[in-house]
Design a protein around this ligand. Structure first.
Ligand code: MG
Length: 395
């Protein structure tokens, strides 16, 4: 089998997303996805990666990862190049599964879990279409879960629990960061940020796990203050209260609180996670297959976590291809603890984009059926008026 064409697909409605499609001479099409700075991603995919991959056997995935990584890392491996490689790698694994006639979790080594618990990241349908983290606040409507957790977390928790979803991620301290660029959080702000926790516990007691997101907005002392303040509500984890670059600061934050600490979808490649493991800087590990280096790298980082007796969880706040990739990885990984989901995305725009949507029952994602990822972009998506499809054929 040979790769004959690389396509990128960008949709005006989802300006931060970029889809990749890898075509083969046997008629198979593998799908990948990543997010942020799509113009630059597009440039790397067609200008740098395509000449390395076109004409090659798509099933030599490790070889291709290394080849593209070595080009990408000549001037620093982080950022656009790794996200582009992530999308391409996801598509290669999709092709491997299709060629084998097996679901992706099958070719990864089979399912360690019959189904995977999900939690709901409480974002609304338009969240993360720009870099504005408050996008969706004040919007009314179905599945406006960001506005809901800020104003009526009790109703939201009860609603989620009624669906069988027993975990919710919230970021109620974010609005207070901008005033001091995250250097300080006042006691009154702290108290206001705790209100959703009180409402959740009053409404559903201890039936709901709470994940606390910090988006890397805070200084170390402010993060410590938040971490200690939320302890009484026993969150399942705190996440990215500080940015993850300084491992010593992570260790100091982790040791300052009894709340388990998760690190971090902001890291890319096993090389950035390695010092986190070595320093015992995390209680749980999060990876994003569409950012960290694809299925190949997410799997390796998950296995590094396993070797350190740590659970791994897979990030998704993007599009449906990434969610499917994460779910397959989670089903395979013996140490997977959750797959992240955004119900507002799954129920609003995912069905407009892909042939098969994720199946969730009673708070668990079910194994996808069908070979490879088990989903693909709908043919009509490529013909949408807001679609830009760019294709590079093999020479
Ligand atoms: Mg996060």
């Amino acid at each position: 089998m040979r790769l004959t064409r690389i396509e990128t697909v960008h949709l005006g409605e989802h300006p931060t997303l970029l889809f990749v499609r890898l075509h083969t001479d046997e008629g198979l099409v593998g799908h990948g996805e990543t997010k942020y700075a799509p113009d630059a991603l597009h440039g790397f995919v067609h200008g740098y990666a395509a000449p390395l991959l076109l004409g090659q056997d798509p099933l030599r995935i490790d070889r291709h990862w290394r080849t593209v990584y070595e080009v990408a890392s000549r001037c620093g491996a982080k950022g656009v190049e790794m996200r582009a490689l992530s999308a391409l790698d996801i598509a290669l694994w999709d092709l491997l599964g299709q060629a084998a006639g097996m679901p992706l979790y099958g070719v990864l080594g089979g399912a360690s879990h019959d189904r995977m618990p999900v939690y709901n990241t409480c974002a609304g349908p338009v969240y993360a279409r720009s870099l504005d983290r408050a996008e969706g606040v004040g919007r009314a409507g179905v599945y406006e879960d960001l506005d809901a957790f800020m104003t009526r977390a009790d109703e939201l928790a009860a609603d989620l629990l009624a669906e069988g979803i027993r975990g919710m991620k919230i970021w109620p301290f974010d609005p207070f960061a901008a005033a001091t660029r995250g250097q300080r959080i006042g006691l009154a702000e702290l108290d206001a940020g705790l209100e959703p926790f009180r409402k959740i516990r009053r409404a559903v007691g201890r039936e709901m796990e709470i994940m606390v997101e910090g988006h890397g907005l805070w200084s170390l002392p402010a993060a410590k203050r938040i971490a200690q303040a939320v302890e009484e509500f026993e969150p399942f984890w705190i996440e990215d209260l500080i940015r993850p670059e300084n491992v010593g600061s992570l260790v100091e934050l982790k040791r300052s609180t009894r709340t388990p600490m998760l690190v971090s979808e902001m890291l890319m490649t096993r090389y950035e996670y390695l010092p986190v493991f070595e320093a015992r800087a995390a209680d749980l590990v999060m990876v994003d297959p569409a950012w960290c280096g694809g299925v190949s790298e997410a799997r390796k980082i998950g296995q590094m976590a396993e070797a350190h007796n740590l659970p791994v969880t897979f990030h998704d706040c993007a599009g449906p291809i990434n969610l499917f990739a994460g779910l397959h990885l989670a089903l395979n990984a013996p140490n997977a603890v959750y797959q992240e989901t955004v119900r507002s995305f799954i129920r609003t725009f995912y069905p407009q984009l892909v042939t098969t949507n994720i199946a969730i029952e009673d708070g668990y994602a079910l194994p996808p059926t069908g070979p490879g990822l088990g989903t693909a972009l709908l043919p009509e998506v490529l013909k949408r008026p807001d679609a830009t499809v760019v294709s590079t054929p093999a020479a």
